[in-house]
Structures are given as C-alpha cells and as structure tokens.
Ligand binder design. Structure first.
Ligand SMILES: Cc1cc2nc3c(=O)[nH]c(=O)nc-3n(C[C@H](O)[C@H](O)[C@H](O)COP(=O)(O)O)c2cc1C
Length: 357
C-alpha cells in the first residue's frame, strides 16, 4: 500500500470526533487526495456482473458518498465499484441530529440519517465533472463502474414520477443505477417493495427511459420470506439486472451489547452478517442465475467475501467495515480474498463461479 496520510494519524484523529463529524472529516480528507492508493488490480479477481466488467467484486456501498463527491478517491482505494447516493430529487436536511451511532463493542452502526443530501442537481453536476476528468486523464484514474443509488424525498414524494425522473438525470453518467426501496428512515419507502408497486415503478422507469443503464433494486433484510418469491419475480419481469441484498435492518439481534443498541434506525455491520447471509441464501435459488445478486451486510474480511461468493453472490458491497478498519480496507480484503481463492484451489473468481454453477 502506498503511503497515505489518512491511513495513520488522520484516521485516529477522525475517530476521536463524533460519528457524523468524523464522516464529514473523512470525506473532506479523501476529497483532498489524502486517501491511500491500492496496489495494482489482479486479473484473477476481475469479474463480470450486470453486463459490466469489475476489477474486483468488492464495492463501496451506498450512503458513504451520498453526494458523489469522492468516487475517484474511493476507486483509488481499491474498491471494484463505487455506489454514490442515495440521491433524492430535491435537497433535504434529513433527520435531526444525533442520527448516527457507532456501536463500537458490536462493530456496528445504527443510522437514521433520513436521506440527507444535496439533491439531484448537485449530484449530476459532480458526476459530470468526474466523467470529464476521467475522459481527460483516463490513464491516471482507476476505472471502476460507478453506480447511482436513487431515493425519494420525505415530503412531497411521488415514486412513480420521481424514480423515472431520477433515472433520466443519471442515465448518461452512471454505469448502473440502483432503485433504493429499502432504507428504513424514509416513512413509507419500504412499502414500495411489494411486488405490485415494485413492478409499477420499474414499468414507469422503463417507459420513460428506453436504453437506461443496468438497473439494480436494493432490498431490506427484514422482508417477510414468504413475500420474496413474488418480489424477485416482479423485479426480474421488470427488467432489473441485479438485486442488492441487503440494506440495514430494523431488527436488533439479542447479541448486541453496546449501550446505544436501543437507538432507532437501521443497524449495519457485524450483527447484520447472519441475517444478510440468510437473505442471500433465500434469494439465490429464487433468482436462479437470471440476474446478478450483490450481497451486502456485515462483510468485514476477504474470507467473508469468499463465503458470500460461494453462497451464490456475484459481488459484494461494504460500508460499516470501512469505518472500523479504515481506508486500507478494500486493498486488504482483496488480498485476503485472493489468498482464500487459492487456498480453496481456485485460480480466479471466474473459476469459483464456474465450479459453483
Ligand atoms: C451511515 C449509513 C448511511 C447509509 N446510507 C445509505 C443510503 O443512503 N442508501 C442506501 O441504499 N444504503 C445506505 N446505507 C446502507 C449501506 O449501503 C449497507 O447496505 C448497509 O450498511 C449494510 O452493509 P454494512 O454492514 O457493510 O454496512 C447506509 C449505511 C450507513 C451505515
């Protein structure tokens, strides 16, 4: 790993701040170019998913770079893709603070941010600038797919119009687009996951946006297992290229020991791992390889990634582990994943997938 000011002193200083200021400080530091530069990509980790090529299967999950400020820095840190957002049609402040809690003992986070963000105009302006930079200095910028994760405002939302509108705004800028129906902090959002409503939203998106980039739908880990077959069928019939499984949970496993465990909001990190893996194991046979499955929730190491890939995921995403492990996380996980692959007798991700087929 190349020297990075953020990987040492700054990381410790940032952890001394309250969680939301720490997040803002990290974004500023990364925007200033203080993040690490990961080693070269290893061809054995390259993978295809949703019709795109990814240099490795470990992505930055939505919510860290809500306003598309630092896709370049996150790509440089070694992530195989970066999902920016969630972005909403209009800017909004989100929920009152405090709304972000580090459950250090449990290696977890509870958040009830509520889609705070600058809105789609600022998001589009930043992604446009990023694409211009990328086009001008393509050799100097690590090329990874960039996703745009879309949501609705708390007030005045009209999902059947908002999602098609947001897709039309990012269609020329994002490599793939995620329809987020699963964050627990926007009232009514998760109700949009019903098979009927999901089908209606996807039909509206496609009617307004022929030729859109690949679409993914991000699901909640708290969905009733009995409802999953219809939801998966509606997503596939609606033309999605992938399912992201999953968002944060509103459940609270008994294992939690941190005093802040009773805060309301979505729980992420280590205590979500079992639920996310269970959800993955339910979704994989329903999908039956017709579209991609991207696993998210509680992944902390290369071994965890290997486990999710072996359970049928095509790729994975992380958020909370980055907060606890720091900016060297993606490079470290890629190294561990490669070691796991070799240990299990596989030459590459493609080889592992072939064996699992
Ligand atoms: C502080 C915070 C904010 C988040 N914001 C979003 C968001 O805006 N949109 C979204 O789809 N997911 C959001 N998530 C959920 C993550 O993308 C991810 O699905 C979840 O945290 C589980 O992964 P993890 O256990 O690796 O963190 C957020 C998570 C955290 C911790």
């Amino acid at each position: 790993m190349a020297f990075s000011p953020l990987s040492s002193l700054a990381t410790r200083l940032i952890h001394g701040l309250d969680p939301e200021h720490a997040h803002e400080a990290a974004i500023e530091a990364l925007a200033l170019g203080m993040g690490p530069t990961a080693p070269r990509d290893v061809p054995a980790l390259s993978t295809r998913c949703m019709g795109l090529r990814f240099p490795n299967p470990i992505g930055m999950a939505a919510g860290f770079d809500k306003n598309a400020r630092i896709p370049m820095a996150l790509a440089r840190m070694g992530f195989g893709h970066v999902e920016c957002g969630t972005v909403t049609p209009r800017p909004q402040e989100g929920n009152p603070k405090p709304r972000l809690f580090r459950l250090t003992e449990d290696r977890a986070i509870i958040n009830r941010m509520g889609f705070n963000g600058d809105g789609i105009d600022a998001f589009v302006a930043r992604l446009t600038r990023f694409r211009q930079l990328q086009a001008g200095r393509s050799a100097a910028i690590r090329q990874v797919p960039i996703g745009a994760n879309l949501g609705i405002n708390k007030i005045g939302a009209r999902p059947l119009e908002d999602y098609p509108y947001l897709v039309s705004r990012v269609a020329g800028l994002a490599d793939y687009i995620t329809i987020n129906l699963s964050s627990p902090n926007t009232p009514g959002l998760r109700d949009l996951q019903s098979a009927q409503t999901l089908g209606d939203i996807l039909a509206a998106v496609r009617a307004h946006n022929p030729g859109h980039p690949p679409l993914a739908v991000k699901l909640a880990p708290d969905l009733d297992p009995a409802a999953l077959p219809d939801i998966v069928a509606a997503a596939i019939e609606g033309g999605v290229a992938g399912l992201i499984v999953s968002n944060t949970t509103i459940s609270r496993p008994y294992s939690l020991s941190d005093a802040q465990a009773s805060e309301s909001g979505g729980l992420s990190g280590r205590p979500l791992a079992q639920l996310a893996l269970m959800m993955l194991r339910r979704i994989v046979p329903l999908v039956d390889r017709r579209v991609a499955v991207i696993s998210c929730g509680g992944i902390e190491s290369g071994f965890d990634v290997f486990e999710r890939l072996r359970a049928g995921a095509d790729m994975i995403q992380v958020y909370t582990a980055l907060i606890y492990h720091g900016p060297g996380l993606a490079a470290q996980m890629n190294k561990e994943l490669l070691a796991e692959l070799y240990r299990a007798g596989h030459e590459s991700i493609a080889d592992l997938k072939h064996d699992a087929a």
